[in-house]
Design a protein around this ligand. Structure first.
Ligand code: NDP
Length: 246
């Protein structure tokens, strides 16, 4: 069979919108057993309802990735529900762009807590499960900003550079049994620009992106490609940009 996704248990953080939601939808349609987490449970319920009606296997749980116990509980919920965990997709993130001299320190904290520490908590929760199974797969969603820095994205890039470094280090240490894939999207349709608090920067981001956005499903396909490889193949990095993005 073309893709080895059927029956896999896949937990996705930040599945209430954008890339996480599109990924949950695609993987569920390909026969995965999907566990979705985020803070907006009404969104998760709507998604689970829609997929459930089509006979897909979906379970949901409220998740705040800044809370270590929540993340542990999310992974425990997934393994309790389906008996194992094959893939954890660390996708939850936010991008409140601002210039450093605006001193939006609370937003810096927030990006470190969600984009960086949230991923670490995901690794801490799932790594023991993957080690005891002698198999597992981390998919860490970064950004093209994990390798390129532009003004207003210093802290955002900082968190994504860090996740890229951590993913590579993790792969080197546990890669014999456990796959680690970095997925770095370019400009993609989602609600991410809503997290920009500066109205002018938000307007600019939305305007600049409008021409060239790719659908969230394009990133979902990249994620599905990595998961669908045979167990001895680890797709280490996928960078996916709209053709119009420099
Ligand atoms: P969205 O804003 O549409 O989705 C972000 C998701 O993260 C939501 O489901 C949100 O759920 C969740 N989230 C935010 N904070 C938390 C939290 N504390 N705990 C749990 N979940 C949380 O944006 P995208 O789909 O675009 O973002 C997904 C990932 O893709 C991010 O890591 C982002 O950095 C990355 N990315 C996106 C790009 C783009 O152009 N769209 C480009 C490059 C990277 P809720 O609010 O319900 O908790």
């Amino acid at each position: 069979k073309a893709m080895d996704i059927q029956g896999k248990v896949i937990a996705i953080t930040g599945a209430s919108s954008g890339i996480g939601e599109a990924t949950a939808r695609l993987l569920a349609e390909q026969g995965a057993r999907v566990v979705i987490g985020a803070r907006r449970t009404a969104r998760l319920e709507a998604l689970a309802g829609e997929l459930g009606q089509k006979g897909r296997e979906v379970a949901l749980r409220r998740l705040d990735v800044t809370q270590r116990e929540d993340v542990r509980g999310f992974v425990e919920f997934a393994t309790g529900r389906f008996g194992r965990l094959d893939v954890l997709i660390n996708n939850a993130g936010l991008m409140p762009l601002s210039r450093m001299d605006q001193l939006k320190v609370d937003e810096w904290d927030r990006m470190v807590d969600v984009n960086l520490k949230g991923v670490l908590y995901g690794i801490a929760a799932a790594l023991p499960v993957f080690q005891s199974q002698k198999a597992g797969h981390f998919i860490n969603v970064t950004s093209v900003a994990d390798r390129v820095v532009v003004p207003t994205a210093a802290v955002y890039s900082g968190t994504k550079f860090a996740v890229r470094a951590i993913s590579e280090g993790l792969r080197q240490e546990v890669g014999r049994d456990i796959r680690v894939t970095l997925v770095a999207p370019g400009a993609t349709q989602s609600e991410l620009a809503n997290t920009i608090s500066d109205p002018e920067l938000r307007r600019l981001a939305i305007e600049q992106y409008r021409q060239e956005l790719i659908p969230a499903e394009a990133i979902a396909r990249a994620i599905a490609f990595a998961i669908g490889q045979p167990a001895d193949v680890d797709v280490n990095e996928l960078v996916v940009r709209p053709v119009a993005q420099p």
